[in-house]
Ligand binder design. Structure first.
Ligand SMILES: Cc1ncc(COP(=O)(O)O)c(C=O)c1O
Length: 390
């Protein structure tokens, strides 16, 4: 008999009932070190006092009004995002998937308004992930996500990752935009080298194309800069943000330049819940933390520490691990065994990690993880690897 919850997930036999900082407490009382952070969501860890306060204060005041009216918390959050990024304007959503929908619509409307309605094609990349909507799976085009769900939406051209010649060859009269994750997450923690991101920006400039960056997983200080593209010294025209921006409360945002957003006038897009007072009150509190230069410095220092210790872990378990890769606190362990086996052995050692494609285990700790917790994580991963190998 089908369970009452649609069985689209292979869930681990774990039920967490409480979270404290970098820790998840199982129903049976066991304490797990959380290097999953809800898949890069709990940027400030679990039950961060500032987020709890922002949410409860807002919950005691006003939950929801819809976007028929002005929402002061939404305007404050938009102002903060505009102040700290390339963007001139922001639209709020409830998830990363919805940001993909708007980013695609915005790019196509841009060209429609420019009198070039045939420019509808978005160049995307193999290994990418942009969500589970029809547009999201059409954009990522992986067999795993699309099989059985055809027909796919037209207007997406998937190219090999990191192949700049393929990008050049694919640009034509019908190209509207290029869409990519600066660090592929689900694809196996695959950072695009800064030089290639600069080259892609230059190609967009040369051909007048819009550059859409999906920073749903790699954004919001995860890589040690507020947004990952900052490392390459470029800016996008449109950016998709979610996950960390809500710190665990469902919230996403599409950021855009005034030019890129010019087609999105009143009535062209909307959302009942997007940017509601509860979500934006939490988002403001997250932004106040992650934009603090001291916070970012700490993320970079801790990222260096974790990476260095992981290199040692790989060196002492060469039969289990191949290498470490990634950026900031978005790290991947390329495995020689099935990543699911590493994740399961991790559960035995009371540590949560996330499998990804390309035989990689993702480590996405809360950005607030402490040095002691990093040391503890390594010792638990070491025990998990010993369980699997030598
Ligand atoms: C890069 C990227 N884009 C989009 C999404 C979709 O976000 P959501 O699951 O919030 O809809 C994800 C989720 O993992 C993601 O990692």
């Amino acid at each position: 008999m089908i369970p009452s919850v649609l069985p689209t997930y292979n869930r681990a036999p774990l039920t967490f009932v409480k979270g404290e900082g970098s820790w998840l407490i199982e129903a049976d009382g066991r304490r797990f070190l959380d290097l999953a952070a809800g898949i890069a969501v709990n940027a400030l860890g679990h039950a961060h006092p500032a987020l709890v306060q922002a949410l409860t204060e807002q919950a005691n005041t006003l939950w929801h009004t819809s976007n028929l009216y002005h929402i002061p918390q939404q305007e404050t959050l938009a102002d903060k995002l505009v102040e700290h990024t390339f963007a001139d304007t922001v639209f709020f959503t409830n998830s990363g998937t919805e940001t993909c929908e708007l980013a695609v619509k915005m790019a196509r409307k841009y060209w429609f308004e420019k009198g070039q309605p045939d420019r509808v094609n978005i160049l995307t990349f193999e290994g990418s992930f942009h969500g589970r909507s029809s547009a999201g799976i059409s954009a990522a085009a992986s067999e795993k996500m699309t099989k059985g769900f055809g027909p796919m939406l037209p207007g997406f051209i998937s190219l090999p990752w990191m192949d700049i010649d393929a990008v050049k060859a694919a640009i034509g009269d019908t190209t509207a935009a290029i869409l990519l994750e600066p660090v592929q997450g689900e694809g196996g923690i695959r950072p695009l080298p800064d030089e290639l991101l600069k080259d892609i920006r230059a190609l967009c400039d040369e051909h007048g194309l819009l550059l859409i960056l999906d920073e749903v997983q790699c954004g919001v200080a995860r890589t040690g800069r507020l947004f990952a593209h900052e490392w390459a010294g470029i800016t996008p025209d449109i950016m998709m943000v979610a996950k960390g921006i809500g710190g665990g409360f469902p919230l996403g945002a599409v950021l855009a330049t005034e030019d890129a957003a010019q087609g999105m006038t009143a009535g062209t897009h909307g959302s009942t819940y997007g940017g509601n007072p509860l979500a934006c009150a939490v988002g403001c509190a997250v932004m106040d933390h992650v934009t603090d230069p001291v916070f970012l410095e700490n993320v970079n220092r801790k990222a260096g520490l974790l990476r260095q210790k992981l290199e040692g872990l790989v060196a002492s378990h060469t039969e289990v691990f191949e290498s470490v890769r990634g950026s900031g606190l978005m790290l991947g362990l390329k495995c020689k065994v099935a990543p699911g086996d590493v994740v399961n052995a991790g559960y035995d050692q009371l540590i949560a990690t996330v499998p990804a494609a390309d035989n990689v285990v993702r480590l996405l700790p809360p950005l607030t993880i402490t040095d002691d917790e990093i040391a503890e994580a390594i010792s638990r991963l070491d025990a998990a690897a010993s369980q699997l190998g030598s």
